[in-house]
Ligand binder design. Sequence first.
Ligand SMILES: Nc1ncnc2c1ncn2[C@@H]1O[C@H](COP(=O)(O)OP(=O)(O)OP(=O)(O)O)[C@@H](O)[C@H]1O
Length: 449
Amino acid sequence: MSIATVLIVDDEPDILELLEITLSRMGLKTHSTCNYQETLAVLQQQTFDLCLTDMRLPDGSGLDIIEYVQQHHSTMPIAMITAYGCIETATKALKAGAFDYITKPVDINRLRELVSSALKLSTNHVKHDVPVENALLGNSTLMQRLRMQIAKLARSQAPVYISGESGTGKELVARQIHQLGSRNEQPFIPVNCGAIPSELMESEFFGHKKGSFSGATDNKIGLFQAAHGGTLFLDEVADLPLNMQVKLLRALQEKTIRPVGCQQEQAVDVRVLSATHKDLNKEVAAGRFRQDLFYRLNVIELNVPALRERPEDIALLSQVFLQRLNQDNNHVELTPEALAKLQSFHFPGNVRELENLLERAYTLCEGNVIDSHDLNLTNVGITPAAIASEQPSPSTGPINNLEHHLETIERKIIVQALEETRWNRTAAAERLGLSLRSLRYRLKKLSID
Ligand SMILES: Nc1ncnc2c1ncn2[C@@H]1O[C@H](COP(=O)(O)OP(=O)(O)OP(=O)(O)O)[C@@H](O)[C@H]1O
């Protein structure tokens, strides 16, 4: 196997020497340059397995080098060396396409980790197979674009904030970014930030020492330690309480954590991906989410489109979901009418709703076909605005099944409240003056997913 060569760009002789020694001890060849012009001249002649560049050069900026590499050597990983505490510069580098950054004074262990994961990328050691159950299905233009963005982001270590409505596949996207990247042999740890009781949050994230509070009967590792070397996916990140946001920010900035009840800090190497179906910009504006944490998490934003924006994906998704449901000799299929009905449905709950809807229809249908009436769709082709404007009027037309009629009205009102709260059940229950439990009961009764 040929020896990997690393281009080092820095005008400080001490740092150059430190980097050269460290890399040659790792068995790598190095080539050094000390300004922008010289680097450009070298890059016009040859390519490297990795480039480490300082931010400030006597005749230019490391950002210009990143830009050049992005355009002319797009598969070559490039990392930025920045001054300590200069988060803004590091963020700029990541946005420009650097796969990672390292701060001065350079920590040798961190440097080794960074170089190893970069070389894994450039020598194509990364396995690109994604388990079938985690495949991101869809051939629409929007999905093709999303897949290209994922492939690009997988090569980087930048924090990515994944936005999109509930059920669009944000967790699946996070798994893909992890799976296609250099951390794919290490854990992917998903955490639903809204599901952890606030009093346990610090211990869940950072772990605790035995005896540090009543109930801490053993040492416990936290999610950060569990994700060490891999990826931590913070789902519903908008639901983090403000006091926890401060602690999370610190952990991300310092790359260290302190378990509850411990004196010692521990270094952690974790890539953070985050998501929420809420609008984080609005949460920041309302003072519910810290701007500095938002800035940290949202270095790159990736939007997952709603299913209604890509109805051409519905046929393939339905086909695969039905294949998963079909067992042994079952070959249940959708009729063309049923498929057409699905393609014109608004899908407020997106792909998850399609999956659940097909599962229900599969169970209830007779024979081997799912016809449109088996789908039990109530708002085909109706937008949320249309639902909102439609006043339920029990007095119009003869009513020959009161129970059914009332259920239809109840369903409309509940779906409307869910729509208006972007399928946040707690908020919808509040809006309707119901307890969460009562709303859940009604959702189950009316088979609303
Ligand atoms: N493109 C897709 N191909 C195949 N399955 C998908 C796709 N998108 C979503 N799914 C499936 O839909 C369900 C919901 O996806 P996921 O949990 O990733 O959504 P989400 O956006 O994270 O939802 P939430 O905001 O509620 O957390 C999962 O079962 C997932 O496997």
